[in-house]
Design a protein around this ligand. Structure first.
Ligand code: SF4
Ligand code: SF4
Ligand code: FES
Length: 345
């Protein structure tokens, strides 16, 4: 048992919060302040921060409102994972500290920093607007407020989970693609888009889907599952992302976008050889002209460094390829069945 585990079995103890600080009016770069306070078991990270603000350092800035895991405004990174400060127990975090007894508190990532632990939410709101994240009613305007627009229970179950989203942006903060490309649609927007697209009262399905398959859209997701792991409401975000992709292929065809073509080429290689034929993947995904224009300089560099992928005839199938193909066919069959089942629901 580690020292920290032994200590935090006590009902009260000293805990240090290493808090990210940055005031753009006076600081040239961010830094951390350590606050050590005596706490009792059962205290949340938000209550500890409130205590620090009231009794130790009034300049500490963070955002919070409901204190009950409902409004999403207290999302921040605690011990390197985005979560809600108001539902996070200090005693639970003591197990996760990299340095015993020191809880690290930082602002969400992938959104612009305003001050200390507060980030700007506008970029996320703008993306939601850009991807039409609302239901545009099919009902004629003259009937609004006069007639009901009923939804069956079966239909509601399709987006029931997605409606739990409180827009805290924890998933946005943990998204690996957003770290590299801030224009990426983001997991929260994909979840909302899916929720709107499966709503039978909505009239913008096609327009929304057309936006989602463009550059920086649904095909850029790398399936790392980090967003789902960090979702504070345990929403299966990946189901929504898969749902949009399946819908895009079913309604727009595999030739529609480079993302869909990439997925198709990827599956073809794995099905045939059990590995990727990397040399031709860019051509099959983006075509000869795009590949020549965009990848030729890199190809020259790779030739000079002798790091080119082998030409297709030299890509040998993986060991036990027949067994692998049988398993791959079985797995693809299961996925197709699941998809057919979901579409029939
Ligand atoms: S699975 Fe996709 S959306 Fe989720 S964190 Fe990874 S890249 Fe981002
Ligand atoms: S999907 Fe989950 S983590 Fe992402 S904004 Fe909604 S509630 Fe927060
Ligand atoms: S303060 Fe509202 S969710 Fe934490």
């Amino acid at each position: 048992m580690s020292d920290s585990t032994i200590q935090h079995n006590e009902d009260s103890r000293d805990v240090t919060f290493r808090v990210h600080r940055f005031n753009p009016q006076v600081d040239s770069k961010p830094y951390f302040d350590d606050y050590t306070i005596r706490l009792e078991k059962g205290i949340t990270v938000l209550r500890a921060l409130n205590y620090i603000k009231e009794h130790v350092d009034a300049s500490l800035t963070f955002r919070a409102f409901c204190q009950a895991g409902i409004c999403g405004s207290c999302a921040m990174r605690v011990n390197n994972m985005s979560k809600l400060a108001c539902t996070t127990q200090v005693w639970d975090e003591l197990d996760k500290c990299r340095e015993p007894g020191i809880i690290k508190v930082e602002p969400l990532r992938n959104l612009p920093l305003i001050k200390d632990l507060v980030v700007e939410m506008d970029p996320l709101v703008e993306k939601m607007k850009g991807y039409s994240n609302w239901v545009d009613s099919k009902m004629p305007e003259e009937n609004w407020g006069r007639k009901e627009f009923p939804v069956s229970e079966a239909e509601f179950l399709k987006y029931d989970k997605a409606t739990d989203c409180i827009l805290c942006a924890s998933c946005v903060s943990e998204c690996t693609i957003l770290r590299a490309n801030k224009q990426y649609v983001s997991p929260a927007v994909l979840l909302k888009s899916y929720r709107m697209n499966v709503d039978s009262r909505d009239s913008m399905h096609e327009q929304r889907l057309a936006g989602l398959v463009k550059d920086h859209g649904v095909w850029d997701c790398t399936h790392c599952y980090r967003c789902q792991e960090s979702c504070v409401k345990h929403i299966p975000i990946m189901d929504a992302i898969h749902g949009i992709r399946e819908e895009a292929i079913a309604e727009r065809g595999v030739k529609d976008t480079s993302g869909a073509r990439h997925a198709e080429a990827f599956m073809e290689d794995i099905g045939k050889k059990g590995k990727l034929v990397e040399a031709t993947l860019p051509i099959r995904t983006n075509g000869v002209v795009w590949t020549m224009k965009n990848l030729l300089p890199m190809a020259f560099k790779m030739v000079l460094k002798r790091r080119t992928p082998p030409p297709p005839p030299l890509v040998k199938s993986t060991k036990d390829i027949e067994k692998f193909r049988a398993e791959f066919r079985e797995m693809s069959g299961h996925v197709a069945k699941d998809h057919a089942k979901k579409s029939g629901e």
